[in-house]
Design a protein. Structure first.
Lengths: 274, 256
């Protein structure tokens, strides 16, 4: 393959990843983080499709396995998981800096990947943007009103909801758990505000799979107040999709949104020839 | 597992370096090596961890191992819609050649789960595979297609996954997260795996009757104690794990 190269890299040579290296050097590189325990190709190969699409636009990228996930081992350093993740992402930035000349980085993460992207974006100076797929959000009064008011107005739906709950509760061993332990809302809001003060561009995309804690795009403003109208923030809710984008049409839509956002906020210095 | 023990090497190989592989070398020269043939589609993702654990166990026992992805799957080149059965078989031949070159071993054994097992049987002669260990291989392609179609159809009204039912068009021409070409569908519909003449062990975790009709004279069947939930829609995104399978496959491949 002329664009992708496999690497073992990192401070202890313990990380495995695939770098996409378009011919022209670029200032901005994209780093895609594991979604849950799925190895670097992503759910249904989402990360492969995403990185190749961005590579075709001209953006260098790396999709890799964090310490102890996928094909990566652990460094011998004594580190907490949070320290480990931050150091792994710093290692990925070093790889793209060495291989593609990148100096600024956009992190992309789904679910726990969004949580890890947030942690790194909060502390790593090289991070210029982040795309949070089903990242942090918190239930609000508006969430509860939107959820329960329609039920009060239509009692038949209460029965359907209860039946659905019973079906789901009878399925606990089989149902994949997508829950992420969220830190306090105020902490997240302060960290996001700090990222925006540092000039980061932030893209929040929520799937229909977040419906247990987010049920409308405006809920982002209910959660984080004026941050929602900051020019560095964009928020989308793709209600029809599921959490891991199992349908290929949904994935195409998601990748199209990400490509357009990248073009708006991180236009390339030179584009590949058609 | 520390970095010192992590000597497996990620690389690309084959024509135009289109295939991704991960080679697990050993410290001392070996006389045989093991090729791990991945399953297809979501099974590949669900089995990734298990394949890695099996490769590490085999390498620790002195057998060099190559894991790889078919064209159109995993980290290999190609779109998911470009995955074709005949190309999978060609890729096994390329991978076996690569493993021989890297390990210095002329004798290559193969392991495969589900369609990876089917592909290992179908390519045993062309890839020169000396023995096979197969885990719940698919022998009836048409039945497998029907199963995949049924699971895909069930997504349309899956209210645990989607807030609203999806259209027929939205779920068409896919199997559980991956685009499927008409060519792959036709190839699998026509697929009927015949026994290989090389020594074969079948590790059966579901008690499927198909194995009774499949070359009992060539294959030794070993039953797993725990059923593997391959086709349970509720576990579609959960990893397949089986320490028993790893132990059995490791023992069989070391003894083969």
């Amino acid at each position: 393959m002329d664009v992708e190269r496999a690497f073992r890299f990192g401070r202890a040579g313990h990380l495995v990843g695939i770098a996409g290296l378009p011919p022209a050097a670029q200032d901005v590189g994209v780093i895609v983080l594991n979604a849950g325990l799925v190895h670097r190709i992503g759910p249904f190969r989402l990360h492969v499709e995403l990185t190749r699409r961005l590579n075709a636009c001209g953006y260098p990228s790396v999709r890799f396995d964090l310490s102890t996930l996928g094909d990566s081992g652990a460094s011998s350093a004594s580190e907490s998981r949070v320290q480990q993740v931050r150091a792994d992402i710093a290692d990925a930035m070093t790889l793209l800096r060495e291989q593609a000349g990148c100096t600024r980085f956009v992190l992309v993460g789904l679910c726990s990947g969004a949580e890890n992207a947030h942690r790194a974006a909060a502390t790593e100076a090289g991070v210029a943007g982040a795309i949070f797929l089903d990242g942090y959000a918190y239930r609000t009064v508006g969430f509860e009103v939107r959820r329960y008011l329609p039920l009060l107005l239509n009692p038949a739906r209460v029965g359907r909801l209860l039946a659905r709950r019973l079906r789901v509760s009878g399925w606990p061993a089989a149902a994949p758990s997508f829950s992420v332990a969220h830190p306090p809302r105020r902490q997240v809001r302060d960290e996001l505000a700090d990222m925006l003060d540092r000039g980061l561009k932030l893209y929040f995309i929520y799937s229909g799979g977040t419906n247990r804690y987010l049920n409308h795009r405006r809920q982002f403003r209910e959660c984080f107040g004026r941050l929602a109208v900051h020019p560095g923030v964009e928020v989308e809710r793709l209600e029809e999709t599921d959490h891991t984008y199992i349908l290929t049409g949904d994935r195409d839509m998601l990748l199209g949104r990400i490509e357009q956002w990248m073009d708006r906020h991180f236009p390339l210095s030179s584009r590949p020839s058609p | 597992m520390t970095a010192d023990a992590e000597t497996d090497v990620p690389f690309h190989f084959g024509a135009d370096a289109e295939l991704f592989g991960l080679y697990h070398p050993v410290a001392t020269p070996a006389t045989k090596a093991v090729l791990l043939c991945p399953p297809l589609g979501q099974d590949l993702i669900r089995c990734h961890r298990l394949y890695r654990q099996l490769a590490q166990a085999l390498a620790a026992a002195g057998l060099p191992v190559l894991r790889f992805d078919y064209y159109g799957s995993g980290d290999s080149a190609g779109r998911s819609a470009e995955l074709h059965w005949t190309r999978c078989l060609d890729d096994i031949v390329s991978a076996a050649t690569e493993l021989r070159a890297r390990s210095g071993c002329g004798r290559v054994l193969a392991f495969g789960a589900r369609m990876g097992g089917s592909a290992a049987i179908a390519s045993a002669a062309s890839a020169g595979l000396a023995a096979l260990v197969l885990w719940d291989p698919i022998v009836d392609g048409a039945a497998h297609v029907a199963q995949l179609d049924a699971m895909q159809d069930s997504l349309q009204h899956d209210t645990r996954r989607f807030l609203k039912p999806r259209t027929v068009a939205a779920i068409a021409n896919q199997w559980l997260g991956f685009d499927v070409s008409g060519e792959l569908r036709r190839q699998l519909l026509a697929l009927h795996i015949e026994p290989s003449s090389v020594p074969t062990w079948v590790v059966d975790s579901n008690g499927w009757p198909t194995w009774k009709a499949f070359g009992a004279s060539h294959a030794t069947t070993i039953a797993l104690h725990t059923r593997t939930p391959w086709d349970d829609p509720g576990r579609l995104e959960l990893a397949i794990q089986s320490h028993e399978l790893i132990r059995i496959a490791n023992d069989l491949l070391q003894g083969a």
